[in-house]
Design a protein around this ligand. Structure first.
Ligand code: SME
Length: 163
């Protein structure tokens, strides 16, 4: 249950935060098979623990990405294949870390406060079915540790939810 989460203190190192969160997210998503419900809880956990500007999901529907569960400011609702960081991660079927959004050709600015970004695709049966998108208001915020652990979190979602 979400209210039983053990939330690490703000000054905990990122790797330690993920290490503490991973088993808790696993038990959260193992108890629920609905993908949207699990995306909603994962957005909440990541936003509250890391205080990112924006954490959320875009879901592949009718060959475009449509806004799904998220935490943060209002965001654009639809992204085409290959467009923006999210559409590129979908096209490449690979995570993308953007240290400075202003240097990423075609970046879609949903918020002027977003300075760096990471996008992780959720892959099921060799197809991207959603992306996890996280925006930071700090430049060069995301490190390799984020990519590694966020990929594990996304895999927990695709392995444990009805896709
Ligand atoms: N910046 C993203 C768009 C989504 S928002 O950041 C929430 C992109 O370029 O795909």
């Amino acid at each position: 249950m979400a209210e039983d989460l053990n939330i690490p203190p703000k000054n905990t190192a990122p790797e330690e935060k993920y290490r503490l969160l991973l088993p808790q997210i696993k038990s959260l998503v193992e108890d629920e098979s609905d993908l949207i419900a699990n995306m909603a809880n994962v957005s909440s956990v990541l936003k509250s623990v890391f205080q990112h500007l924006w954490v959320g999901f875009y879901i592949v529907k009718n060959n475009e990405l449509v806004l799904g569960p998220y935490q943060g400011p209002v965001a654009c609702t639809r992204i085409s294949y290959g467009k923006g960081v999210c559409g590129k991660a979908w096209e490449k079927q690979a995570s993308i870390v953007v240290p400075d959004v202003n240097s990423f050709p075609g970046h879609i600015a949903c918020s002027a406060d977003s300075k760096s970004e990471i996008v992780i695709p959720g892959i099921y049966k060799k197809k991207v079915i959603f992306v996890l998108d996280i925006d930071s208001n700090q430049i060069d915020f995301f490190i390799e540790t984020d990519r590694i652990y966020l990929e594990k979190i996304v895999k927990l979602l695709t392995d444990n939810s009805d896709c």
